[in-house]
Ligand binder design. Structure first.
Ligand SMILES: Nc1ncnc2c1ncn2[C@@H]1O[C@H](COP(=O)(O)OP(=O)(O)OP(=O)(O)O)[C@@H](O)[C@H]1O
Length: 263
């Protein structure tokens, strides 16, 4: 009879905690890059890494040296290539660690119903404006920034700093308005700026009907802790972008739910 000896497998509490934490970090990173262009880059890097170990095991000296040199600067390459994702990840960690901004704590102490009621008051003018923009087929791009990064937004925007109102949003996106081109950025309880030029996404897997407005709406959510509503001028359809991914043709009930969660 053969006995297997597992005595070399010795785990203590901290080993298990270590594994759980690493799994959580990998899961969060996966969530951040899932469906975005960064996922393809990540697969590319993983293949190069795997190739390195294979050629090393096969003692293929030249390839091992070339890939080895690449691996030596790998961490710098990863930081450069994934700088936006790392930035989002750190924002996520910082946000969750902050008691004030953590909605779960807020709800725990002050009651869910109260928070949702206050949120609905903030959201209503935005939803009403979207309804009217959809009806009149007026193109619009509204960005909700968790943190208003002045450097990022203010360079290309007109500063507004006004109370959120349906009529103001409608007027900004009117085709005859000097501010209608570009995006409106909302942060906290204010329309912070309008006519913002945003970075476009590089994602090549988007529907062909998506032009610059949609690409800018998706791009800003890749680069920042932000979400975006895109109203199509062509079809009146409403799309919602978050973390580089987009939900197309959403209903107003769905929009309300998403804004309640994210805004
Ligand atoms: N980099 C940018 N940042 C913000 N807004 C932009 C940017 N580039 C273009 N836009 C806006 O998008 C408009 C052009 O939209 P385009 O027709 O290319 O978009 P689309 O995604 O096809 O949307 P639609 O369905 O409304 O036509 C511009 O008039 C401008 O307001």
């Amino acid at each position: 009879m053969h006995y297997f000896d597992f005595s070399f497998l010795k785990f203590n509490f901290f080993d298990i905690l270590d594994i759980v934490l690493v799994a959580l970090i990998i899961y969060q990173l996966y969530n951040l890059i899932r469906g975005t262009i960064a996922a393809n880059i990540f697969i590319g890097l993983a293949i190069i890494c795997l190739l390195y170990f294979v050629v090393k095991a096969l003692h293929m000296t030249l390839l091992t040296n070339i890939l080895g040199n690449f691996m030596n600067v790998g961490i710098i390459a990863v930081i450069v290539v994934f700088q936006q994702e790392i930035r989002r990840f750190l924002l996520l960690v910082g946000k969750n660690a902050s008691l004030q901004r953590n909605k779960a704590w807020w709800k725990y102490f002050f009651g869910k119903a109260e928070t949702e009621k206050n949120n609905y008051i903030r959201i209503k003018p935005i939803i009403d404006a979207c309804k009217s923009l959809k009806q009149t087929r007026t193109g619009a791009l509204i960005v909700f920034a968790k943190f208003y990064d002045e450097q990022f937004y203010q360079n290309s925007c007109e500063v507004i700093d006004a109370k959120i109102s349906k009529r103001l949003l409608e007027s900004i996106f009117q085709k005859t308005s000097p501010l209608h081109d570009g995006a409106v950025v909302i942060s906290g309880n204010k329309i912070k700026s309008a006519s913002c030029i945003l970075p476009l996404t590089d994602n090549t897997n988007l529907p062909p009907q998506f032009g610059l407005r949609h690409r800018a709406g998706i791009g800003v959510t890749e680069a920042n802790e932000a979400t975006a509503i895109i109203v199509s001028e062509e079809t009146g359809e409403i799309s919602y972008a978050k973390q580089g991914r987009v939900k197309m043709n959403i209903s107003f009930a769905e929009l309300e739910k998403l804004l309640n969660k994210d805004f």
